[in-house]
Design a binder for this molecule. Structure first.
Ligand SMILES: [Zn+2]
Ligand SMILES: [Zn+2]
Length: 303
């Protein structure tokens, strides 16, 4: 059984929070990794409401340094420090991130220096390459340095447990050899590992936060199982306003999903004006791309 990717939408609002939607933040959980994508003000309380301990965070991916995406960072860093967070915390973000983190640590005070932080400035390409997964990013077109991210679980050959049971192959260190596709002798019989393997497909979740419409967003999300995309405004907004505010409309976000051939789309970063009427955004997007949701705060999805 494949390890699940669980994504919790901690905040689905945008620049101004509402009673229903907090500032942007999402937590992606996979095996021992808990990757926080953006950290708007109040994110640590959203963690509490979701029943998740913020000390579990292993990495933070920052899309850009506009306040609505990062004002929760000093608070969460302070809480980690108070709770004796004792691992290395990796923070990834666009150009300028090192200076921003330094400023934010100043807000936490000198004690912020007890945290072991690794800050990496990124622009495009693979930025994390683990045995089981990788993370890549692409530059977005906002009015400050901004990036989008993709989290990809690598394709893997796995042993078919049903076949192991059928052939009465016991649990032993030899399974590791079979998993490599080797021929192994078990109970006097030769067993070919290749015949017991099946392919677990790669899985991909992409995050396109604040941006104007751009081709990098399409490339980044290509073939994703889930694209989480900002859709700040309705299609009724003028292109001047979208360009000036450097954001996407519902139909632009759905257009990225369609062009990228993703399986499903989650729209976030809704303007406060759609507080009570997210169906406007959802309905418009659905005309372009069918498999779309507008998640509420604290909702989660698994894949
Ligand atoms: Zn924003
Ligand atoms: Zn922004």
């Amino acid at each position: 059984m494949a390890e699940r990717i669980e994504l919790t939408f901690l905040g689905t609002g945008s620049a101004i929070p509402t009673s229903r939607r907090n500032h942007p933040a999402m937590l992606l959980k996979y095996k021992g990794e808990n990757i926080l994508v953006d950290c708007g003000e109040g994110t640590q309380r959203q963690f509490r409401k979701a029943g998740i301990n913020p000390c579990k965070i292993t990495k933070i991916l920052i899309s850009h340094w506009h306040g609505d995406h990062v004002f929760g960072l000093p608070g969460i860093l302070n809480t980690l420090r108070l709770n004796g967070y004792n691992r290395k915390l990796e923070i990834y973000g666009p150009e300028g991130s090192k200076e921003w983190v330094r400023k934010y640590l100043d807000l936490v005070g000198r004690r912020g220096t007890d945290l072991d932080l690794k800050v990496v400035e990124v622009s495009s390409g693979v930025i994390i390459n683990d045995e089981d997964f990788f993370v890549e990013c692409e530059e977005m077109d906002h009015d400050c340095p901004a990036v989008g991210y993709s989290f990809v679980v690598k394709e893997k050959m796995r042993l078919d447990k049903d076949k192991l049971v059928k052939l009465k192959i016991p649990n032993s260190p030899l399974l590791a050899e079979l998993a490599k596709g080797k021929v192994v002798e078990i109970g006097g019989k030769k067993v070919d590992g290749k015949k017991l393997l099946y392919k677990e497909e790669a899985r991909k979740v992409s995050f396109v936060m604040d941006t104007r419409m751009n081709e990098n967003a399409v490339n980044l999300a290509k073939g994703a199982d889930l694209l989480v995309c900002e859709a700040t405004f309705s299609k009724e907004e003028s292109s001047e306003l979208l360009g000036e505010r450097a954001h996407l409309s519902s139909v632009e976000a759905a257009g990225i999903a369609k062009k990228a051939g993703v399986k499903s789309l989650a729209l976030v970063h809704l303007s406060q004006r759609y507080e009570g009427i997210p169906k406007i955004i959802l309905g418009e997007a659905r005309e372009v791309f069918e498999d779309v949701i507008v998640p509420e705060d604290l909702e989660s999805v698994e894949l």
